[in-house]
Design a protein around this ligand. Structure first.
Ligand code: ADP
Length: 353
C-alpha cells in the first residue's frame, strides 16, 4: 500500500533536519562538514557557513580519550553505528561540553556517501553524576570519624563494665551498641570502597599469599558473628599460592561468609572449599539458605542491587565490591543457586606460576 504521506517527495525530510531539537552534523565520506542544523549551531556557537568544508576536529577539546576515536573508526569502517558518551568538545567561545554522540555511515550503492552525527548535550547530567559521586564519598568520609570515636568509647566502657562486674543488662546493652556500630562502620567502608572503585581510585597492594592460610583466618573471624551456624572447611589443598592483595581477598571471602550467615536460617551449615583446577584455585562458600531466583543471579553483582528480604538490611554493595576486587585480580566470580535450596558463591584466582 502506498504511504498516505509521501515523506520523501514532499520536502519534509530537510525540514525534519532543520526542526530537530537535537544537534545534527553531516560530513562527506572524507570527513568534511556539509551540513549542521540550527540546534547544532545553537549548541556550538558556529554557523553552518563558518564550518562548511571543515573537519569536525575544529570542535576537539583534547580531552576525549584517544581510544574513543580509535574505536569510532573501527566501528564506522565496519558499517555500524558508533555510540559514545565520552566525547568532550569545545564551543566557539571555548566552553567545553560533553555529548552523547551517535555516528553512522549512510550507504548509497553499497558505498559510504556520508556520515551523520546525532549529538545530545549531556554536560549537566555528567556534572550531576560527578556531584553524586563526590557527595557519597564526602558524606561517608565525614561519618567515619565520629563513628570511630563512638566505637572506641563504647569499647572502653564495655571493658570497664566487664572489669567492674557491672550488671549483665548494662554489659549486654553496651555489646548491642558495639555490634550496631560495627554494622554502621561496615556500611561506611562499603560506601567509600564503592566510590573509589567507581572513580578508579581504588588501588591494590599485591604480594605473594597462601590462600589456604587466608581462608583459615577468615573462618576464625566469621565464627564470632556466626554463633548460630555450623561452619565447615570441607577441603583444602596443602598450599595455594597466589599474587593478591590479602586484605581485599579476605574482604571478598568475609562478604561471602557473612551473606551466607545473613541469608540462611539459624542452625544450618555453611561449607567452604578450596579446589585447585589447572592453573587456578577456586574458593567456594555454600549455604542452605533462601537461595536466589535465576533471573536475579546476574543482577546481584550490580551496585546497589538487593533482593528485598524480610528484616535483611543491606546496601547491595558487598557483591559489587567483591566483583570489582576479583576482576582486578584477573579472576572470576559467580554463583550457583536455586530458590529455597541454598546458594554456592565462587571466586577463582590464577595460581602463582
Ligand atoms: P546486601 O547483602 O548488602 O544486600 P550484597 O551485594 O552482598 O548486598 O548482596 C546483594 C544481594 O544478593 C542481597 O541483597 C541478597 O538478596 C543476595 N544474596 C547475596 N548473598 C546471598 C546468599 N548467600 N543467599 C541468598 N541471597 C544472597
Amino acid at each position: 500500500m502506498k504511504p498516505q504521506f509521501p515523506i520523501t517527495e514532499s520536502g519534509v525530510l530537510p525540514q525534519i533536519l532543520i526542526s530537530s531539537p537535537d544537534p545534527i552534523l553531516i560530513t562527506t565520506k572524507d570527513i568534511k562538514i556539509v551540513y549542521v542544523n540550527p540546534a547544532w549551531e545553537k549548541l556550538t556557537g558556529y554557523t553552518l557557513e563558518e564550518v562548511k568544508g571543515k573537519n569536525p576536529k575544529i570542535l576537539q577539546s583534547g580531552k576525549t580519550p584517544r581510544r574513543v576515536f580509535k574505536k569510532m573508526w573501527q566501528v564506522l569502517l565496519n558499517g555500524h553505528t558508533y555510540t559514545s558518551d565520552e566525547v568532550i568538545n569545545k564551543k566557539k567561545n571555548g566552553t567545553e561540553y560533553q555529548i552523547q554522540s551517535n555516528i553512522y555511515p549512510v550507504l548509497r550503492n553499497n558505498k559510504v556517501c556520508c556520515y551523520v552525527q546525532l549529538q545530545h548535550d549531556i554536560t549537566n547530567t555528567k556534572r550531576l553524576d560527578e556531584l553524586r559521586k563526590e557527595f557519597l564519598f564526602a558524606s561517608a568520609h565525614e561519618l567515619k570519624t565520629p563513628i570511630t570515636v563512638l566505637k572506641l568509647l563504647t569499647q572502653s566502657h564495655l571493658r570497664k563494665a566487664k572489669n567492674q562486674g557491672s550488671d549483665s543488662i548494662k554489659t549486654s546493652e553496651l555489646q548491642l551498641i558495639d555490634r550496631e556500630l560495627d554494622r554502621i562502620i561496615r556500611l561506611i567502608n562499603d560506601m567509600l570502597d564503592s566510590s573509589r572503585f567507581e572513580t578508579g581510585k581504588q588501588f591494590m597492594t599485591y604480594e605473594e599469599i597462601d590462600l589456604v592460610e587466608l581462608t583459615k583466618k577468615a573462618v576464625q573471624k566469621i565464627q564470632i558473628y556466626a554463633k548460630n551456624h555450623k561452619i565447615f572447611i570441607e577441603s583444602l589443598p596443602t598450599h595455594a599460592k597466589v599474587i593478591a592483595d590479602p586484605t581485599r581477598i579476605e574482604q571478598v571471602l568475609l562478604n561471602f561468609l557473612s551473606n551466607a550467615v545473613k541469608y540462611s536460617p539459624d542452625g544450618t551449615d555453611i561449607t567452604i572449599a578450596l579446589t585447585v583446577m589447572g592453573n587456578h584455585v577456586i574458593t567456594s562458600v555454600k549455604d542452605q539458605g533462601i537461595g536466589i531466583a535465576k533471573n536475579n543471579q546476574k543482577l546481584i553483582f550490580d551496585r546497589y542491587y538487593t533482593v528485598k528480604a524480610k528484616s535483611k538490611i543491606g546496601f547491595g554493595l558487598g557483591l559489587y565490591i567483591s566483583k570489582e576486587i576479583i576482576n582486578r585480580h584477573k579472576g572470576k566470580i559467580w554463583v550457583e543457586s536455586s530458590k529455597r535450596r541454598g546458594s554456592t558463591f565462587y571466586f577463582s584466582l590464577p595460581l602463582e606460576k
